[in-house]
Design a binder for this molecule. Structure first.
Ligand SMILES: [Zn+2]
Length: 161
């Protein structure tokens, strides 16, 4: 029963579409146009909102940074700032001086200075303090041990640039 009812219905629908294909096409085009217009407005509105929100967020972010800088400046007086700069500069000078002294004290060696062993020195693992000095003073440190007298020898050179 259902099949019989469906078939004529389909036929009627198909013939209706065929007869009014032009009107239907125009209607679909019209609706699509309206839809696109409305949609575009909504999309642009959403985009505008996102842009506006991000600009406001950015402005707030800058305000927070500015306020914290003001706060820091209030907290830090100019004399304090000068003091901090002086301390850091003094530390920097001490580091440079230490670096020069270490470089002079531990020159590059090829033979053991303890015994006159002409055998090449064997490299051994550096200690943690050597690694720290190497990092802080930007030096290259080699730690050697003599095969003959087992005397350990430190060598410091500047890093190649
Ligand atoms: Zn030796």
């Amino acid at each position: 029963m259902k099949r019989k009812r469906k078939k004529p219905n389909n036929k009627i629908d198909t013939s209706f579409i065929q007869e009014n294909s032009f009107e239907i096409t125009v209607l679909v085009m019209f609706l699509l146009g309206v839809f696109l217009l409305v949609e575009n407005i909504e999309i642009s509105a959403t985009l505008f909102k996102i842009i506006k929100d991000s600009i406001f967020f950015f402005a707030d972010f800058i305000k927070v940074i500015r306020d914290s800088i003001y706060y820091l400046l209030d907290w830090f007086e100019l004399s304090d700032l000068v003091g901090v700069v002086l301390i850091f500069f003094a530390l920097y000078l001490i580091l440079i001086r230490t670096r020069i002294r270490l470089l002079a004290k531990y020159p590059k060696v090829y033979e053991c200075p303890n015994c006159d062993n002409t055998n090449k020195l064997k490299r051994v693992q550096k200690k943690l303090k050597h690694r720290i000095i190497q990092f802080v003073l930007r030096l290259r440190i080699y730690y050697y041990q003599c095969d003959n007298c087992f005397n350990k020898q430190l060598t410091m050179v500047t890093k190649k640039r």
